[in-house]
Design a protein around this ligand. Structure first.
Ligand SMILES: *[C@@H]1O[C@H](CO)[C@@H](O)[C@H](O)[C@H]1NC(C)=O
Ligand SMILES: *[C@@H]1O[C@H](CO)[C@@H](O)[C@H](O)[C@H]1NC(C)=O
Ligand SMILES: *[C@@H]1O[C@H](CO)[C@@H](O)[C@H](O)[C@H]1NC(C)=O
Ligand SMILES: *[C@@H]1O[C@H](CO)[C@@H](O)[C@H](O)[C@H]1NC(C)=O
Ligand SMILES: *[C@@H]1O[C@H](CO)[C@@H](O)[C@H](O)[C@H]1NC(C)=O
Ligand SMILES: *[C@@H]1O[C@H](CO)[C@@H](O)[C@H](O)[C@H]1NC(C)=O
Ligand SMILES: *[C@@H]1O[C@H](CO)[C@@H](O)[C@H](O)[C@H]1NC(C)=O
Ligand SMILES: *[C@@H]1O[C@H](CO)[C@@H](O)[C@H](O)[C@H]1NC(C)=O
Ligand SMILES: *[C@@H]1O[C@H](CO)[C@@H](O)[C@H](O)[C@H]1NC(C)=O
Ligand SMILES: *[C@@H]1O[C@H](CO)[C@@H](O)[C@H](O)[C@H]1NC(C)=O
Ligand SMILES: *[C@@H]1O[C@H](CO)[C@@H](O)[C@H](O)[C@H]1NC(C)=O
Ligand SMILES: *[C@@H]1O[C@H](CO)[C@@H](O)[C@H](O)[C@H]1NC(C)=O
Length: 489
């Protein structure tokens, strides 16, 4: 099934994209003399191999027709250190790959399926020797006598490994689409390889209700998580899930879609989220109206520089946080506690509140927003600890500084990100004697992650992020559309 899925993805991408050779040409630095452009490696094509090159661009495709003996290949490949392109090894008769002993790096992130070994019935071992770098996912499956154990142990940190259906595989259970009736096969699995795809997955609306406990041992998922049309209430069945190490396989790392009974996220043990793309992407779309992220969940995402493709969510109000520390709830500056670190609500500092601003000295995170208006404050030093501001279900600019005529300085040394779905996250208006010019504005913005600053109606930077997002969404939908087609076949 995984294979079919892959083929579908490749067809989808080929239809709209370039051939592998074109992708290699565009992505990598290639010496025109060091190409191998033949469709496969065999006794008639091998003469085209650029023997003297240490870095070769192209496709090394070994298959049932590959008729060259190992010793001969060894002489051809003895100088090969870096392959930029594809290494494909399917239905061959080879028992080992000692002709690739000198290979040190495979640059393959630019192609659809970079490195794969499949259906090689004699292949016993993946004896790479000097390999130190693979820039794409590694596939080895359905090689009946292959023992991948040593390879897996040695290269576990190098690439995401899909080594399955061989005689011996990497640790971890391979998953793809999950059927609620087949969960038992995951009992005892502590590590999952590949996407976990909960699609049309009904637990409570099925009789009898589905037992989710087989998923409770999972600690690591190497791949993305996808919830697409489910009746789940939250994800607390992932009791022990600590690490998600996603890849570019789908367009989103955690996708939550059409789960109208979902009110909370709740992965109690989650500690790390990583992805091979630049930023971890989460999509929250079409969930229960009450769906909320707790302040700690939101903070975790902010700290990990998560990008939200959509976030139809609120911040949970009035929850007792797991870490035991309750957040301060804002109800006016005069009533605020002296030493809050996390504040829930929209902080407003107006004329007359100047005397209380020192109360904010230890505030690190604000869930809601902050507005400083009509004060005679001269600087924002009292926000020296502030790191994150997040506002979810609100179209207003979350951090506003307006009409503070004496303000001379807007330095916020620890601020890292202000998050909202509105176009701008920080707005300055009619403060001081024009102390904030475009240079100072850019300086402030450059220290922040994905935070747009606007001052007196001028954008700090004219990047239209909205359009970028729409593009990503479109591709993402296309892939789902293709999947749906495939499922309905
Ligand atoms: C080698 O591969 C080429 C390209 O696919 C093919 O045309 C040729 O017939 C093959 N030669 C042998 C000896 O299999
Ligand atoms: C490779 O290098 C050897 C020795 O330097 C030389 O004899 C040979 O002609 C070169 N081959 C090619 C294809 O350039
Ligand atoms: C592997 O690397 C070592 C150290 O760099 C080198 O001595 C050896 O020749 C390399 N092996 C092959 C087969 O190229
Ligand atoms: C692998 O090679 C790529 C491309 O040269 C480089 O960007 C990356 O840092 C390398 N990774 C490791 C672990 O050496
Ligand atoms: C791959 O291996 C698995 C498990 O051994 C087997 O069930 C499956 O049929 C094989 N796939 C193909 C296409 O042979
Ligand atoms: C999960 O991942 C962590 C960090 O990479 C690793 O230390 C741990 O051994 C993994 N656990 C399992 C069960 O694979
Ligand atoms: C939500 O849960 C209720 C009660 O369990 C159930 O009746 C309803 O069908 C569920 N709705 C969806 C969309 O799953
Ligand atoms: C918060 O929760 C507590 C206990 O669950 C409840 O007594 C209190 O009324 C709630 N406060 C608000 C503002 O909802
Ligand atoms: C205020 O909070 C900080 C950090 O949370 C702590 O180090 C400090 O002791 C607290 N001060 C008072 C007076 O509670
Ligand atoms: C700031 O305004 C408050 C009243 O809003 C006033 O008491 C205070 O003296 C003013 N401070 C300065 C420096 O003007
Ligand atoms: C956002 O959600 C909070 C909590 O449910 C609610 O009090 C507030 O009115 C909402 N704001 C908007 C603009 O929807
Ligand atoms: C902009 O403001 C900064 C500091 O506020 C100042 O150093 C700089 O000279 C100003 N630049 C211009 C072009 O006004």
């Amino acid at each position: 099934m995984l294979l079919i899925f892959l083929i579908f993805i490749s067809i989808a991408q080929c239809a709209q994209e370039l051939s592998d050779i074109e992708k290699i040409e565009q992505a990598y630095d290639c010496d025109p003399k060091c190409w191998f452009r033949e469709a496969e490696v065999n006794s008639s094509t091998i003469t085209q191999w650029p023997v003297n090159c240490t870095e070769v661009c192209g496709i090394m495709n070994f298959n049932a027709g590959s008729d060259l003996p190992v010793f001969e290949l060894q002489t051809y490949f003895k100088n090969l250190r870096v392959l930029k392109g594809v290494l494909q090894f399917s239905y061959t008769k080879y028992a080992s790959i000692e002709f690739l002993l000198s290979l040190e790096e495979i640059h393959c992130d630019a192609v659809t399926l970079g490195v794969s070994f499949s259906f090689n019935s004699n292949l016993e071992v993946l004896n790479f020797n000097n390999l130190t770098n693979i820039t794409c996912d590694f596939y080895a499956y359905n090689n009946t006598i292959l023992d991948g154990t040593e390879f897996c142990d040695r290269y576990a940190d190098l690439a995401l490994m899909f080594v399955y259906n061989n005689f011996k595989n990497c640790k971890g259970c391979v998953s793809d689409q999950l059927h609620s009736t087949e969960l038992d096969k995951f009992r005892g699995c502590t590590a999952i390889v590949n996407t976990m795809f909960f699609m049309f997955f009904n637990v409570y609306t099925t009789q009898p209700p589905i037992d989710l406990s087989p998923l409770s041992d999972i600690q690591n998922i190497s791949g993305c998580l996808n919830f697409y049309s489910t009746d789940l209430h939250d994800f607390s069945f992932f009791e022990k899930l600590e690490n998600i190490k996603s890849n570019k396989y789908a367009n989103v790392d955690i996708n939550i879609f059409e789960s109208y009974n979902l009110t909370r996220f709740r992965m109690p043990a989650l500690k790390t989220i990583e992805t091979t793309r630049d930023n971890f992407i989460i999509n929250v779309e079409k969930v229960h109206d009450d769906f909320c992220f707790t302040p700690s969940e939101m903070l975790f995402f902010l700290k990990n520089e998560v990008i939200f493709s959509k976030i139809e969510a609120k911040i949970c109000q009035n929850v007792t946080e797991e870490d035991g520390e309750d957040d301060c709830i804002f109800d006016g500056m005069s009533k605020l506690d002296n030493n809050c670190s996390d504040v829930l609500g929209k902080i407003t500092i107006g004329s007359g509140d100047e005397a209380y601003v020192e109360k904010l000295r230890n505030v690190k995170n604000i869930y809601g927003g902050i507005r400083i208006e009509n004060t005679n404050l001269t600087n924002l030093e009292f926000l020296g600890s502030l790191e994150y501001v997040a506002s979810l279900n609100d179209s207003a600019v979350p951090f506003q500084i307006s009409s503070n005529k004496l303000l001379q300085n807007a330095s916020l040394p620890n601020l890292k990100r202000v998050f909202s779905t509105s176009r701008y996250q920080i707005g300055f208006q009619e403060n001081g004697n024009d102390f904030l010019n475009s240079t100072a504005c850019l300086f402030l913005m450059n220290q922040l992650f994905l935070t747009n600053v606007v001052f007196d109606g001028n954008e700090c930077e004219a990047i239209d992020r909205t359009n970028q997002n729409n593009g990503a969404n479109w591709i993402f939908r296309l892939n789902f559309f293709i999947l749906l087609l495939w499922v309905s076949l």
